[in-house]
Each structure stands twice: as structure tokens, then as C-alpha cells.
Design a protein around this ligand. Sequence first.
Ligand code: DAH
Length: 341
Amino acid sequence: MKERIDALMAEINDLKCASLQEVEQVRVRLLGKKGEITALFDEFRTVAPEFKKEFGKKLNVLKSTAASKIEELRNSAEVSAQSGEPSFDYTIPGDQYPLGSRHPVSIAREEIVSIFRKFGYDVAEGPEIEDDYHVFEALNFPPEHPAREMQDTFFISNAENPVLLRTHTSSVQVRSMEKLPLPIRIICPGRVFRNEAISARAHCIFHQVEGLYIDENVTFADMKQAILLFAREMFGPETKIRMRPSYFPFTEPSAEVDVSCNICHGKGCNVCKNTGWLEILGCGMVDPNVLEASGIDSKKYSGFAFGMGVERIAMLKWQVKDLRHYFENDLRFLKEFETSI
Ligand code: DAH
């Protein structure tokens, strides 16, 4: 009996009627001589004395709720009958549509781009499907360089002039040097592809932001300053950087840049593997061969370039431990970035 009372109560609360006729049908079904609630009152006589108090109360509440709901429905049906319009209850709460959030990789990319825009850099873009010349040859990669092997690069055609998916956004440097007037100050955000096994630290598709600055008298000190200012904007004003000598075919000298660990502030933790430093990008002075290959006079002009992985920057900024989270679209992960917009 209890279940029937509860079920009727729930049904009554949700009742809707489009016309006075319907209201009357509902009244007869519930409270008429053979109505469901009337039947429950008949049944009440058979309830054991110790339950009479509890069920009596419940039944009375049910009956009065039904009566007032029917009254309410009748009123609104009368109003709409007069106005000719269906009644509309302005007090019913609206349906909620959950808002999506921006992807953390987009948030990080836009932050990197907006920092360099403030420094006066323009955004340049280039194709994801590239040729060997723009990805390797014009960037001073020797013919036998391992990046040119099938193991590292996705080739689309392996004919005379191979077509491939770009392995880095450095190719946009070449395209920009070919067509833009000097001086050049650009950043190139984009997707890159590498033939790598997917793991917590590597993926076959990821994003990079490349930077390039070419003018007369551009020095290594200018590069260091630009990267330091970027690191402080991205990771906080206390951030320090250090440079380690490195090698890239397209820059000479080349360096890798570390920022002071933003978690332990140099004391040592498991994120920085107790070194106090985190690697964020590669950079260097543009090799004169690269300038000349794109028709720029390397006696008159010099420049610097740098390249960073967006997923990596985002992992360091938000302490994400596994790169694969970025590609799985798990809402529990994506929702953590709702407030970062
Ligand atoms: N292209 C390099 C890579 O994908 C990153 C890089 C390093 C870009 C040094 C640069 C640079 O412009 O100067 O690993």
C-alpha cells in the first residue's frame, strides 16, 4: 500500500493537463467514486490497527495534494481556454545544458602565442603535409640524418621528392623566410607528427610552437632575454632559466633551455627528478647555411630560433604526469581545466 501511495504522489506532482476535459478525467481517475485514491481509502479499513495512524496520515496528505493539484490544473486550463494559448508555468526551472571547456592544449598554446604577441611577434602558419626540402634540406639536415628515416618520419610518398607529415614546425621558418620581408619576427604554432610508440612521454601527434627572429645584429643575448621573459610570463615572475649546449642542424650554436622547477622551486622533487630544473625548449642562432638557403644574406643578417612542445609546457604548468590524458577526451580530466579559461 505504501508503494502505491508513494507512486501516486510522484505521479500527481508531475501531472500536466492541456484542457479542462483532461483535468476532469484526472479527477475522476483519482478521486471519483471508483477512483484510485478512493479505492485506497476503502482498503484502509483492512489495515492492521498498529499501522492505521501512519497510513491514515499518508492517505489524507495524498488526497489533499491531489485535490489542490487538480484545482491548480483547472485554474490554468481555464486561463488558457480564455486566452486561447497554452498555459505556461514560468516558475518551472529551466533545462540545464552543461557547458564544455577548452582543451588544456589549446589553453597552453593560446597562452604561449599571446605572450609572444605582446613581445611583437606575428603568427605564421604552414602546411602539415610537407616536402623533404622544407622539413629537412633547407634546415641543413645532412642527407643521412636519422630523422630522414622511415622509423622517425611518416612518409606519404617516397618518390624523387618525398612528401611527408612535418616532424617539426621548423618547416614554417623556411616558408616564412622565403616569402616575408625582413626583419622577421614570428611564432609558428602547429601540429607535428612522428613515428613514435605512444607512451606517457611520447605521442605520434603533438603540437609545437616555433619562434624565429631575423634582423641585423641579432645576438645570443637577445635570444636569452626573449626566452627568459617568456619563461617568467608562463611559469611565474620568480622563474630562472639555464642554457645547456646542444646540437640542431639548423642552429649554431644551439642550446637547450631549462626553467627552475615551479613545484619545488629548486629544492628537488620527483617532477624535476631532484635536479631543480625542467627542460622546456631547444634554441640557437640560425645557421648561416639556413639563411642562405632561403636567400638571406648571412653577412648582413643574423637571427635566433627556438622550438617548444605545447603538451610538454602544459604538463609542466599543470603537473600532468601522462601525455596520453590529452588525447583520451575523458571528461573528468578535461573538466579540471574549466576554470583555467
Ligand atoms: N625542431 C626542434 C624539434 O622538433 C625544436 C627546435 C630546436 C626548434 C631548436 C628550433 C631550434 O627552432 O632552434 O625538436
